[in-house]
Design a protein around this ligand. Structure first.
Ligand code: PLP
Length: 404
């Protein structure tokens, strides 16, 4: 009889968002007259910007003619896109990243889940707590963790780095030595940001102890404050210790269109082995490239028209973030985030647990959010709302919450 990968059995329940979806579906079925507002899942709601739609149309037409048809894309992505990324996201910010250090992909979820494959199973992983669940679950599936401990609500053999009010939701350097450190800033779920000085401390630490930082900057476009770095490669020394993950989902609305990329500097090595060549091998073997039309759409993100339209789109969501943050504060809630990220992280009132508050909000305001405890034990007592709804729904949701 065949055997399964038993590491999958260590995973906890269903994925957070399917649990939420089930609860919301059950409530809707029992209360069909109630209009539910969803500020839970981090999916965008605004349509693709005109510059992106134009690029898509143009590329679709190219695909319909023999002379401009494109088959398999180059493993690492088309040069036109990698050049645009290297220039706009790195070189123009003073970060030394070259086009051939960029690997275009179908998004940051797959990259953040897959990147662990190029590392030994013996490596010790450190994650923020609360955390975007993919980093942890991918390592559980791979067998890099121990079992789940119900009492501590955490996996064995993982370093959890608490992110709390006390440390401004930026983790302290762990006491135990990690090999792989996952950082995500601006952060999902807490909406917090890291300053360049704080990130530099992490870079120095990783170089000192020989760890790799897997830096998820999916929310980079939402940064509004001066001292917040847009990429880890703004920090000197990052080329020898960091991998960066980026997404077109939240800056340009590609959640359904799918595009992202990973940056691995050629200086990042384990002994003589460049991680760049391992990821190139992995990418070449297991991935056949993001679609041509989508990469053309990605290129349009960096056009002058695209940049302006996306600035407006991000501004639209950040206006929602401000409405949520100010509205909740006026209603007496303690709130974090919402300044450099489209997430608002609020403390649940009256000592309610995160899931108690989820039910309370669903039943009494018909508003859906995400329980903080779903992101890790330190998320207990918190709740996440997202700014990705429409302006009208955001206003309506906050009015309902204020009335509670
Ligand atoms: N990384 C973080 C921190 C996220 O919050 C998300 C999506 O919510 C992703 C990655 C996934 O991005 P993508 O849509 O590019 O797969």
């Amino acid at each position: 009889m065949f055997k399964i990968n038993e590491n999958y059995l260590k995973l906890q329940g269903s994925y957070l968002f399917s649990t939420i979806a089930k609860k919301v579906a059950a409530y809707s079925a029992a209360n069909p007259d109630k209009g539910i507002i969803r500020l839970g899942i981090g999916d965008v709601t605004q349509p693709l910007a005109p510059a992106i739609i134009d690029a898509l149309h143009g590329a679709v037409d190219e695909m319909g003619k023999a002379e401009s048809f494109h088959g398999y894309a180059p493993d690492l992505g088309y040069e036109f896109l990698r050049n645009a990324i290297a220039k706009n996201d790195y070189q123009d910010r003073g970060a030394d990243i070259q086009p051939d250090e960029i690997f275009v992909s179908d998004g940051a979820k797959s990259d953040s889940g897959n990147i662990q494959e190029i590392f030994s199973l013996d490596n010790k992983v450190a994650v923020c707590d609360p955390v975007y669940p993919v980093y942890l679950d991918a390592n559980v599936m791979a067998g890099r963790t121990g079992d789940f401990n119900q009492a501590t609500e955490s996996f064995g053999n993982v370093i959890y780095m608490p992110c709390s009010e006390a440390n401004g939701f930026v983790p302290e350097l762990p006491k135990e030595k990690p090999d792989m450190i996952y950082l995500c800033f601006p952060n999902n779920p807490t909406g917090s940001a890291i300053t360049k000085a704080q990130l530099k401390e992490w870079v120095d630490y990783a170089n000192r102890i020989g760890a790799v930082i897997i830096y998820d900057a999916a929310y980079e476009a939402y940064i509004s404050e001066e001292d917040v770095p847009h990429t880890i490669f703004e920090c000197e020394g990052a080329r020898t210790c960091a991998i960066e993950l980026r997404s077109f989902s939240k800056n340009a609305g590609f959640t359904g269109t799918r595009l992202g990329y990973t940056v691995i500097p050629k200086d990042l090595k384990c002994g003589d082995v460049a991680l760049h060549s391992l990821w190139a091998r992995r990418h070449g073997t297991k991935y056949n490239g993001a679609p041509y039309i989508i990469q053309r759409a990605g290129e349009a993100v960096y056009s002058e028209a695209g940049k302006q339209q996306l600035k407006d789109q991000v501004g639209y969501y950040m206006n929602n973030a401000r409405i949520i943050k100010e509205g909740l504060k006026a209603a007496g809630y303690t709130v974090y985030g919402g300044v450099n990220a489209p997430y608002i992280w609020l403390k649940t009132p009256d000592r309610m647990t995160s899931w108690e508050f989820f039910d309370y909000l669903l039943e009494n305001a018909n508003v859906v959010g995400t329980p903080g405890s779903g992101f890790g034990p330190s998320g207990e007592g918190y709740f996440r709302l997202t700014a990705f709804g429409s302006y009208e729904n955001t206003i309506a949701a906050i009015e309902r919450i204020k009335k509670l």
